[in-house]
Design a protein around this ligand. Structure first.
Ligand SMILES: Cc1cc2nc3c(=O)[nH]c(=O)nc-3n(C[C@H](O)[C@H](O)[C@H](O)COP(=O)(O)O)c2cc1C
Length: 345
């Protein structure tokens, strides 16, 4: 008999944490497209959770579940406190960010630089375990390159070989992580912006496949540059799950097919019209609450990516919404856009 693995612990597909994108409004929008994928919050620092407005930072709608909270930090104590505070919100898991290369994050010894300090990462994971019974997962890179990076004890250190990643995993493994999400690119810490760090270091999928081969008992998810369902299907031959980042934003309609990876070939039979109708009550609710409807609409701009009607859709739903309420404009779009495209599944 096939071993049952909870789809929360081992999602076939997840939508990557993305600062300024995966806010609660985007996640609500995505739930109109994929019911099964694991969603993530944006990265939130432990310090922000400890000192910030918890309701504003951590509250979400149950409909967004399964949902992972991604935290960043560099101190086991802070991470413990943050995880403990998040308990009241009932996330499905807590994920530790060990992949962000931004100067601000690295400068505070958080994110990708932590790959150079596996013992500290291990301590943080153990601290997270103290704070919650929920699954604990990690998102890291295949390695880091610190050439020219000016920190006292880190300058010019390079951890970018497969053996370095194995060393990292060996040290943190006994803290019993529930999933390792591996962005299949090295992070270059000096001289590249976060955007360049998602594009310039070459993709090395083979090393993630090899990791799964060498550590078959670990739950390994692959990430980086994956854009289509065919590609997801190919990766799933080698690893347990696939994380999609930018493609979820650039072409969200593509995600309508990903639930089939859970339900044995049954894809969501959804049209763009269904997705717009999913958003409509949410937009009306924002209007009723006196909030900006663009909080969700901006995430739907690419719903017609690559098909007829995309310009018209963007024109109709883009602010300012002077003469007509946003919800009325969305209804107008439903009347005006090409019917075959609106209804195609
Ligand atoms: C705008 C933006 C913000 C991001 N913010 C985060 C973040 O908060 N935490 C994180 O672990 N990765 C973050 N990432 C990286 C993504 O999670 C992902 O690893 C990366 O985009 C590669 O996947 P992709 O090629 O499918 O986009 C961000 C990426 C983008 C484009």
């Amino acid at each position: 008999m096939k071993k049952y693995i909870s789809p929360i612990k081992a999602p076939k597909v997840s939508i990557a944490p993305m600062v300024d994108r995966t806010d609660r409004h985007f996640r609500y929008f995505l739930r109109g497209i994929t019911k099964k994928s694991l969603l993530y919050t944006e990265m939130i620092t432990a310090q922000a959770i400890i000192h910030g407005d918890l309701e504003k930072l951590l509250a979400f709608d149950k409909i967004e579940k399964p949902l992972s909270l991604q935290v960043a930090g560099c101190s086991p104590d802070d991470i413990y406190k943050a995880v403990k505070l998040a308990e009241a919100f009932d996330y499905d898991e807590i994920n530790l960010n060990v992949g962000c290369p931004s100067d601000r994050v690295s400068g505070n010894q958080m994110g990708a630089v932590l790959m150079a300090y596996p013992e500290l990462v291990r301590e943080m994971i153990l601290a997270m375990r103290e704070g919650t019974k929920k699954p604990i997962t990690i998102k890291h890179r295949i390695g880091i390159d610190g050439t020219g990076y000016l920190s006292d004890d880190f300058n010019n250190k390079i951890f970018d070989r497969y053996e370095d990643m194995v060393n990292f995993i060996n040290i943190i493994e006994d803290a019993k992580l529930d999933r390792f999400t591996v962005h299949a690119r090295v992070a270059i810490l000096a001289g590249l912006s976060p955007k360049e760090n998602r594009e310039i270091p070459p993709i090395r999928y083979d090393e993630v496949y090899k990791l799964k081969k060498d550590f078959p008992h670990l739950n390994i998810e692959i990430n980086g540059g994956i854009k289509t369902c065919d590609e997801i299907e190919e990766h799933l031959k080698y690893v347990d799950g696939v994380m999609i980042g930018r493609a979820s934003y650039e072409n969200p309609f593509m995600l309508r097919d990903v639930d089939k990876f859970y339900d044995g070939d049954i894809k969501n039979s959804l049209s763009r019209k269904d997705i717009i109708e999913w958003m409509l009550p949410y937009i009306e609710q924002l209007e009723t609450n006196g909030e900006n409807p663009n909080l969700i609409l901006k995430h739907g701009l690419e719903l017609f990516h690559g098909v007829r009607g995309t310009r018209q859709w963007k024109q109709i739903i883009s602010p300012p919404f002077k003469d007509m309420k946003a919800s009325e404009r969305v209804k107008l779009a439903l009347r005006e856009l090409p019917e075959d495209i609106l209804n195609s599944k």
